[in-house]
Design a protein around this ligand. Structure first.
Ligand code: ZN
Length: 428
């Protein structure tokens, strides 16, 4: 059963899909503007040429047109038909050339002979086109006319930011990249799931503040980090969302710290409800988690995906289209993600206020009234686990792990025991 959220997220991906996003430019800005219709992100701009750590904010890239005509004047490829046809950040060119001169500028993916691959050349000072292998195989000898009408100019790099304030000053970061042109799993799925999660968190009381970042990959997170160094000590942990809409099982790349709060929350939700989910250790390759984990930054940020980058043949090709992501998968990601962030938010440590033997639960109305009620027995068992381990050393996530009982049931038990005056919450 697909509820409205999955359909809504897929519909938002459909709106964003045709735009030509890159690390700068109109397509990125328009995408952020559409996200801003869903949730109140602030769209920020940082001028080209601004130094950000070891990098520099690049010039903006704009495409007016880009095409190739064959010796008979017939169009071989046109950017208008699919924005993956032009290598990102292609420099302008207008000339005639022979097929052997042209071929080094054409890119294909022989493993996916019908698909257009995705290529960028941010730092190449060159130009290129991406075509299916089948289209390249059909090119005849002769003179071709090439037009790449693009412009690089001083403008700005944009990103979207939303802070949802909780009662505490500590923050959880949720980050997704927004720099890929028309591909759905990488990266629209991360954007639409992040937007839907933010919309849900806006409606509930929170302990942590949640900071959402929608930014171009690598240079965007580096720019944000360089501009916000003073905020870093507040960030307790975080998640990067990428490739979260395909039909594979959920997967998680741990933080560099391995056992941070976010790692434990993911563990708890996967153990409870995602039997096919996989977990792997941190490595300094992938998405923006590698910037957040660099030694001078040192944030505990993991990465939630379904199929991981590079592991599916559609990755970085035109076959990663809207049919590759499904409302049901987006919905499944969202629901588990929401449980993960709420486990982070609601995790706490307590002290058993009647620690001298077990308290007499019946006295407090906490004993199941109907003797044979299995749900009631399970809730009682959860209360016994919470009472036994509320010694100040164990938080609710660790009680969930030790007992094998889902976090929400342990949390509910702790709340009932607190209301009955048997448990006191400890400050962090
Ligand atoms: Zn990518």
């Amino acid at each position: 059963m697909i509820d409205d959220a999955g359909t809504r997220m897929h519909a938002l991906a459909e709106r964003l899909y045709p735009l030509c996003r890159s690390i700068t430019g109109d397509g990125l800005r328009e995408s952020l503007r559409i996200i801003a219709e869903e949730i109140p992100i602030e769209i920020k701009g940082v001028s080209s040429g601004t130094p950000v750590f070891d990098w520099t904010v690049p010039q903006e890239w704009k495409v007016r047109e880009a095409w190739i005509r064959d010796p008979n004047g017939r169009e071989v490829v046109n950017f208008r038909d699919h924005n993956l046809h032009l290598v990102g950040y292609s420099r302008p060119v207008k000339k005639r050339m022979t097929l052997p001169e042209l071929l080094p500028h054409l890119h294909s993916n022989p493993q996916m002979p019908d698909a257009i691959p995705y290529r960028t050349g941010y730092h190449d000072e060159s130009w290129g086109f991406c075509l299916s292998q089948n289209a390249i195989d059909q090119l005849a000898d002769g003179e071709y006319e090439v037009c790449v009408d693009t412009e690089l100019f001083d403008g700005e790099l944009n990103y979207g930011e939303l802070l949802i304030s909780g009662i505490g000053s500590e923050e959880v970061l949720v980050s997704c990249h927004c720099c890929h042109p028309s591909m759905a799993n990488d990266n629209l799925s991360g954007m639409v799931v992040a937007a839907e999660l933010a919309a849900r968190l806006l409606d509930q009381p929170l302990r942590y503040s949640f900071r959402f970042l929608f930014l171009p990959g690598t240079i965007g997170s580096i720019t944000w980090l360089a501009k916000n160094e003073s905020l870093l000590p507040r960030i307790s942990c975080g998640l990067v969302l990428a490739c979260v809409g395909d039909q594979g099982s959920l997967s998680y790349k741990k933080t560099k710290q391995k056992n941070s709060l976010i790692d434990r929350a993911v563990d708890s939700v996967f153990r409870d409800s995602c039997p096919n989910a996989t977990v792997r250790d941190f490595m300094p390759y992938g998405y923006d988690e590698r910037q957040y984990a660099s030694p001078g930054i040192n944030l505990a940020v993991g990465c939630l995906s379904r199929s991981t980058y590079g592991s599916f043949p559609e990755y970085h090709t035109s076959a990663d289209d809207l049919s590759f992501i499904t409302p049901a998968s987006l919905q499944d990601t969202l629901e588990n993600l929401e449980r993960i962030v709420l486990a982070v938010d609601q995790n706490s440590r307590h002290l058993n206020l009647k620690p001298m033997a077990e308290p007499m639960l019946g006295k407090y109305g906490l004993y199941s009234r109907t003797g044979g009620d299995r749900t009631g027995k399970f809730e009682e068992l959860a209360m016994l686990w919470v009472l036994s381990f509320s010694d100040g050393a164990h938080d609710l996530l660790s009680i969930s792990e030790i007992s094998g009982i889902g976090f929400e049931i342990i949390l509910d038990a702790a709340q009932r025991l607190t209301e009955a005056g048997l448990l006191g919450e400890l400050p962090e």
